[in-house]
Design a binder for this molecule. Structure first.
Ligand code: FAD
Length: 336
């Protein structure tokens, strides 16, 4: 179902319709800091003041022209300079998608992405913080790990993301569980074929546990990114079993999801980081958040149905009826 939804959502007409819905804007606001850097800095400052740390994502992916890739790299450089100026880099790093830096450009896409990623890593180094390479669909994994290897020769703290949904990932975890290696473990948010990924969620979860064991037993710095509280518990148990200090691993969650649990974990002494996206190019991120939780999708569908019914009855377009319905279901969607 998530695979089908992501495929449909990424077709041009559906993308245009979903983007134009006022309700989409309201849902998106839950998941992102805002549309510009100033909003992102303000939210970052607030989260750090609460004892959390942050990884900032400049929204944008699947860039199809060199100028777009260069502009995205520049946006990250500006962000890192602003984080340094505002004294926030002790608690804030950046997350970067290589497809935003030109990875998919024909011919030398990987080299272009590497060049831009190296500029961002240099900016992170001079700002006194780190960067992590997000992981996208399975066709990009070898290229992304290749860029990671190159970057780590000069910037060994550049982080990687591995997805337990992919059959290859346990092996990748073994390869990357080395001293100083920062690895974020996620389940995976992309529609993938069964030839490379586990189609059933219980298998993805079981693979996550196996990867967790490998990373926690290894010599690297595991970044355990999940809202699945059973897995959060498993991570904490493994950290204790392997004698890991608070400084040797962390938990990560997405902005707008399970925020109460996140704060409770921080209060309980766990190092916690929030993944905080911002920008105007939010569509891809938004539909992945819809696809991974049926309640989010049902919320959108119920709203659309309510909107249609009220339009049909009154002929007045977006009436108060749909607003009432949206307010009610918004509360449902917020209940993680
Ligand atoms: P699930 O079993 O999907 O969810 C567990 C519970 O969390 C759900 O029952 C629900 O209560 C809550 N929940 C989960 N998702 C939502 C949602 N969208 N809305 C509301 N509640 C929700 N994926 C990649 O492919 N590449 C990346 O680089 C990447 N980076 C990430 C960085 C961070 C910090 C995090 C937390 C996730 C990242 N992801 C990435 C997404 C990840 O792959 C999953 O799609 C996502 O985290 C949902 O999986 P889960 O582990 O929370 O478990």
């Amino acid at each position: 179902m998530p695979n089908l939804l992501l495929a449909v959502a990424n077709t041009r007409p559906v993308r245009a319709s979903i983007s134009a819905l006022p309700i989409s804007r309201r849902l998106v606001d839950r998941f992102i800091a805002g549309e510009d850097q100033a909003a992102a800095i303000a939210v970052t400052r607030g989260l750090i003041a609460e004892g959390l740390t942050v990884t900032l994502d400049v929204l944008g992916e699947g860039v199809t022209d060199p100028a777009g890739a260069a502009a995205n790299a520049t946006a990250y450089q500006k962000l890192l300079a602003a984080l340094a100026e505002t004294g926030l880099t002790a608690g804030a790093e950046v997350s970067v998608k290589l497809s935003a830096l030109g990875q998919a450009l024909p011919g030398d896409g990987q080299a272009i992405a590497l060049e831009h990623a190296a500029r961002i890593a240099a900016a992170a180094a001079s700002a006194g913080t780190t960067m992590t390479l997000d992981m996208e669909d399975h066709t990009t994994v070898d290229s992304t790990l290749g860029v990671l290897r190159e970057l780590r020769t000069e910037y060994p703290w550049v982080g990687a993301v591995l997805q337990s949904a992919l059959r290859r990932t346990e092996g990748d975890c073994r390869d990357l569980a080395t001293a100083g290696s920062r690895v974020r473990l996620v389940k995976g948010a992309y529609a993938e074929p069964a030839s490379v990924a586990y189609p059933r969620k219980p298998d993805v979860d079981a693979a996550y546990r196996r990867c967790l064991e490998v990373l926690m037993a290894g010599d690297g710095y595991p970044m355990i990114a999940t809202h699945d509280l059973a897995l959060v518990g498993a991570a904490r148990q493994l950290a204790a079993r392997h004698g890991r200090s608070r400084e040797s691993w962390e938990l990560q969650m997405l902005h707008g999801i399970r925020t109460d649990e996140l704060r409770a974990l921080a209060a309980d002494g766990v190092a916690v980081r929030v993944y905080l996206p911002f920008g105007t190019d939010w569509y891809g991120y938004y539909v992945r958040r819809l696809a991974e939780r049926p309640a989010n999708l049902l919320f959108l569908l119920r709203h659309l149905r309510a909107g249609k019914t009220s339009e049909g009855k009154s002929g007045a377009g977006k009436s108060g009826t749909s607003k009432t319905s949206a307010s009610k279901t918004s509360a449902d969607a917020s209940a993680n």
